[in-house]
Design a protein around this ligand. Structure first.
Ligand SMILES: NC(=O)C1=CN([C@@H]2O[C@H](COP(=O)(O)OP(=O)(O)OC[C@H]3O[C@@H](n4cnc5c(N)ncnc54)[C@H](O)[C@@H]3O)[C@@H](O)[C@H]2O)C=CC1
Ligand SMILES: O=C(O)CCC(=O)C(=O)O
Length: 390
């Protein structure tokens, strides 16, 4: 029986991929084999030694101590692209809300009272206070052309915006999928200097902290809009608030409000709502539950953010998986240890990613667990698992 600890509500469609005959799923499991979560902040949590894998039903992993898990040989999985359409739609909604003064205009409409003729008169005289700007023909900068940025860029272009993109690490696949109308910015400064609106779709990591800075905002066109449904911290909020007050910016759309932003009339705050659609919640939960199941049952690593992708069909015998440091002679030492124990390797797959590597070994027949003990004492081996033949 595998034990799964859930730290947030995970869509039942996803949880149903883990059959109850072999999976015990609980929000209180004390010795879990794996953890499933969404935005729960794990940094301060004592993560039990029994945990072999962590599955983030979403994209961002800044709420998970990924480096610590790597050192323990624990893969962290996410669900790339599974909520991207949901975020794209809310980005477009936010951009339109900011450009057309939709929220204050709705608030005004809700205050109207009286008979239909009185309301109609008030509507026609009041609407002049909410005149907006069209997004058509305006220039949108999209920073980060991953699953979300790619979709936002293509959709905004289809709506008639001029779109400029920036992503020095864009994947070949996404470069192919990007509309040919999207222009490439040679630098972030180049991007900001030509934009009426900028939307950020990068992870919150050291190089992206404060990426939307005072100087870059100042270089934008007057009355510009910033959209941040990525993470708080990517924009310099103090600089954004000053620019809203001076009129340099006309709106700031944020999915991560804080005390300073909440009460500003030009800030459109959402309660971390980007991925909150039934479709996205299901997609993420299904993807990540499948990945956790494959890992627990067969040692397969797919869509991990800290270990390489290693996919190998099961042989008939036992399987050994090893998470280890990416250093010379690791495979040599592993093979020697197995040979010393009289074990024959039927298949071996080894892949590396940065400082870490992962090896799957299928052995001939079944194996006494004691014979595998020497593997754990090889320097640089982080985690060893023995999966009995199917
Ligand atoms: N508000 C919400 O509910 C949601 C927010 N997010 C946030 O959006 C972020 C992006 O999500 P996805 O597009 O799915 O991730 P992704 O991994 O598909 O794309 C991220 C892109 O950013 C690029 N990038 C990384 N560093 C960069 C830099 N310094 N400058 C420019 N580009 C850079 C990468 O090359 C990659 O193409 C997530 O990390 C998460 O923080 C994601 C989903 C939901
Ligand atoms: O699960 C959620 O609602 C948060 C989604 C998110 O922020 C992400 O996927 O990075």
């Amino acid at each position: 029986m595998y034990r799964i600890l859930t730290l947030n509500n995970i869509s039942v469609k996803g949880l149903s991929r883990l059959p109850r005959e072999s999976y015990e799923i609980s929000s209180e499991s004390s010795q879990p084999d794996a953890v499933l979560l969404r935005s729960f902040k794990m940094h301060e949590m004592e993560i039990p030694e029994t945990v072999k894998a962590i599955g983030r039903a979403g994209a961002g992993v800044n709420n998970i101590p990924v480096d610590k898990m790597s050192e323990r040989g624990v893969p962290v999985f996410n669900a790339p692209g599974a909520n991207a359409n949901a975020v794209k739609e809310l980005v477009l909604a936010g951009l339109l809300m900011a450009s057309r003064n939709i929220f204050p205009a709705m608030q005004f409409a809700q205050t109207l009272e009286g008979d239909d003729a009185t309301i109609s008169t008030a509507v026609e005289s009041g609407k002049k206070n909410y005149v907006g700007r069209e997004i058509h023909s305006k220039t949108l900068g999209v920073i980060g052309l991953g699953a979300i940025g790619l979709r936002v860029a293509n959709a905004a272009s289809a709506l008639g915006m001029k779109v400029v993109g920036y992503d020095p690490l864009i994947s070949v696949e996404n470069a192919w999928r990007l509309s040919r109308n999207i222009e490439q910015a040679v630098s972030l400064d180049h991007l900001f200097s030509q934009c009426d609106a900028v939307t950020v779709h990068v992870p919150l990591i050291e190089p992206t902290k404060g990426l939307v800075s005072k100087e870059r905002i100042e270089s934008m066109n007057d009355g510009a809009v910033i959209v941040n449904l990525a993470r708080g911290g990517i924009c310099d909020d103090e600089a954004v608030l000053a620019a809203l007050d001076s009129g340099k910016l006309s709106g700031y759309v944020i999915d991560f409000p804080n005390g300073a932003l909440l009460n500003h009339p030009k800030v459109i705050s959402f309660p971390h709502l980007g991925a909150s659609t039934g479709e996205a919640e299901e997609n993420c939960a299904i993807m990540v539950a499948d990945q956790i199941k494959e890992f627990l049952e067969d040692g397969i690593v797919r869509n991990s953010v800290n270990f390489p992708e290693v996919v190998a069909p099961r042989g008939s015998g036992d399987r050994v998986t090893l998470a280890h440091k990416n250093v010379p002679n690791m495979v040599g030492q592993i093979s020697t240890a197995l040979a010393n124990a009289g074990l024959n390797i039927a298949e071996l797959v080894n892949k590396s990613r940065g400082d870490y590597a992962y090896t799957i070994i299928d052995l001939d027949g079944s194996v006494d667990p004691a014979a595998l003990e020497p593997l754990s004492s090889i320097e640089g081996i982080l985690a060893v698992r023995h999966l009995t033949g199917k």
